[in-house]
Ligand binder design. Structure first.
Ligand SMILES: NC(=O)c1ccc[n+]([C@@H]2O[C@H](COP(=O)([O-])OP(=O)(O)OC[C@H]3O[C@@H](n4cnc5c(N)ncnc54)[C@H](OP(=O)(O)O)[C@@H]3O)[C@@H](O)[C@H]2O)c1
Length: 255
C-alpha cells in the first residue's frame, strides 16, 4: 500500500496509520467515524450487499479501522443484509487494543425500531464482545425483553432512536470512538444531526449504475452540505483509501 497524502509518499501499514490518527471525543458523545466502501460512481451495494465492492485493500482498512473503535454502530438493515457476526479481532490487534487501554474487541451496537433480530445467531454469542441493541422507548416490549437476555439494551428517543441521545449513553458507558458502518439511511441521519466527525471511504475502481444508495441517504442537509477536509490518501491496486475529517469551522457570513 502506498500513501500518497500527506507527503512524503511511501509504503504504509494501515493498522499503524489508522491507529496513529487523533480522534478527540467531544464532551457529550464519542468521536464518530464512518467507514464505507463505494464504487467510483457512488454505489454502496451490488445485489444488496457491499462485498463485491471490497477487495484486499478494503478488507485491510476495514480491519484496521475496526481496531480503533470501542463500539461499532450499525443499523439493523445492514446487519441483516450483510449477515453480521461478532467482530473477528485478530490476536495481534487485540494486543494493540489492550496496550491502548481498550477492550480486546469492539462491541457491536445494533440500531433498530422493530427489534426483528435472530437472537440465536453468533452475533449474540461472543462473551468477549457482548452486543448492544439500541432501541426507542416504544420498541416492542416483548422483543426488547428477549433481546435483553442476550445483549445490553440502550434506550433513546421515541418512534425512532434518537442518535444523539444514544451516542451520549455510549459515551457515559466509556466509549470514546464509535465506528458507524452504515447503512446509508443511518449515516444520513447521523450527518443530518451533525454527529459525524470523520469519513473513511474506500473508493473502488468500478462502475455499478443501478439505484444503490450513496454513502449517506435521506433528507437534504440543513446547510446544504457538510464540508470535509481530505487528510489521507492511500492507494493499492487502483483502490483509494480516503480519510476525511468533517470541517466545523466558523460559518461564512453568507452561508
Ligand atoms: N458499501 C458499504 O460500505 C455499506 C455499508 C453498510 C451497508 N451497506 C449496504 O446498505 C444497505 C442497507 O442500508 P439501508 O440504508 O437500506 O438500511 P440501514 O440503514 O442499514 O438499516 C435500516 C434499518 O435500521 C434501523 N434504523 C435505522 N435508523 C433507525 C433509527 N433512527 N431508529 C431505529 N431504527 C433505525 C431500522 O431497523 P428495523 O427495521 O429493525 O427497525 C431500519 O429499517 C445494504 O444493501 C448494505 O449492503 C453498504
Amino acid at each position: 500500500m502506498r500513501q500518497l497524502l500527506p507527503d512524503p509518499p511511501g509504503e504504509v501499514d494501515p493498522v499503524a496509520a489508522y491507529a496513529a490518527d487523533d480522534r478527540p471525543a467531544p464532551a457529550h458523545r464519542p468521536w464518530v467515524l464512518v467507514n464505507m466502501v463505494a464504487s467510483a460512481d457512488g454505489a454502496t451495494a451490488v445485489d444488496g450487499r457491499s462485498g463485491a465492492l471490497g477487495g484486499s485493500a478494503d478488507r485491510a482498512a476495514f480491519s484496521a479501522i475496526r481496531a480503533v473503535a470501542d463500539v461499532i454502530l450499525v443499523a439493523a438493515g445492514t446487519a441483516r443484509a450483510e449477515g453480521y457476526g461478532p467482530p473477528r479481532t485478530p490476536p495481534a490487534l487485540q494486543s494493540l487494543r489492550a496496550a491502548r487501554g481498550q477492550s480486546a474487541k469492539p462491541r457491536i451496537a445494533l440500531v433498530t425500531r422493530r427489534v426483528d433480530l435472530d437472537l440465536s445467531s453468533e452475533l449474540f454469542g461472543d462473551p468477549d464482545s457482548r452486543c448492544l441493541v439500541v432501541v426507542p422507548e416504544d420498541a416492542p416490549a416483548d422483543r426488547v425483553a428477549a433481546a435483553a437476555e442476550r445483549a445490553d439494551v440502550v434506550v433513546a428517543g421515541t418512534g425512532g432512536v434518537d442518535l444523539a441521545g444514544a451516542l451520549g449513553r455510549l459515551r457515559e458507558a466509556g466509549a470514546s470512538v464509535v465506528l458507524a458502518e452504515g447503512g446509508p439511511s443511518l449515516l444520513g441521519q447521523l450527518v443530518a444531526a451533525d454527529l459525524v466527525d470523520e469519513l473513511c471511504l474506500t473508493l473502488s475502481p468500478a462502475l455499478v449504475a443501478g439505484e444503490s444508495a450513496r454513502v449517506t441517504h435521506g433528507p437534504d442537509l440543513p446547510d446544504g452540505l457538510a464540508p470535509l477536509r481530505l487528510v489521507r490518501v492511500i492507494e493499492d491496486g487502483g483502490v483509494l483509501l480516503l480519510r476525511y475529517v468533517v470541517e466545523r469551522g466558523p460559518r461564512r457570513p453568507d452561508g
